[in-house]
Design a protein around this ligand. Sequence first.
Ligand code: NI
Length: 168
Amino acid sequence: MLDIYKLDDEVLRENTESVKSFDSALKMLVDAMFETLTEADGVGLAAPQVGVSKKFFIVDLHEGEKGKFVFINPEIIETSIEEGPYEEGCLSIPGFYRDVIRPLSVKVQAQDLEGKHFTIDASGLLARVIQHENDHLNGTLFIDHLSEDERERVIKAYRKKNKKRKKD
Ligand code: NI
């Protein structure tokens, strides 16, 4: 099980580097991320959340193998005009859930673990998770989509709840 980095950890705010080598180290890390995601009972996990500042994330919709996805060097190339709210949470901000408005469907280009390029059209939960995880690759968290007041409220409440983690 990998450590999951949390709200005040700098790595979550950094810009990530593209993946260039599709080697066994990458595959092992992805395997470990899937195990960590299962343990944490989440649906998505981005590399910065395990302290790796690189452009990839995984999704597990808990539908067996067909619900598992790896997106390496992803790019959202189209988003629907239609948007809607959905309650999001994040393993890096445990215990906090807020409605976030996003496009309801997206088209994504990415590479798989072999480096092969693919494109998918996603809607529903998959589209939601892709956008949330893709944000992590740009140093963005779901709370950044809230109003400034609401974001500050979440951050304050999170810090209060996690005082031990606070830096001196
Ligand atoms: Ni997240």
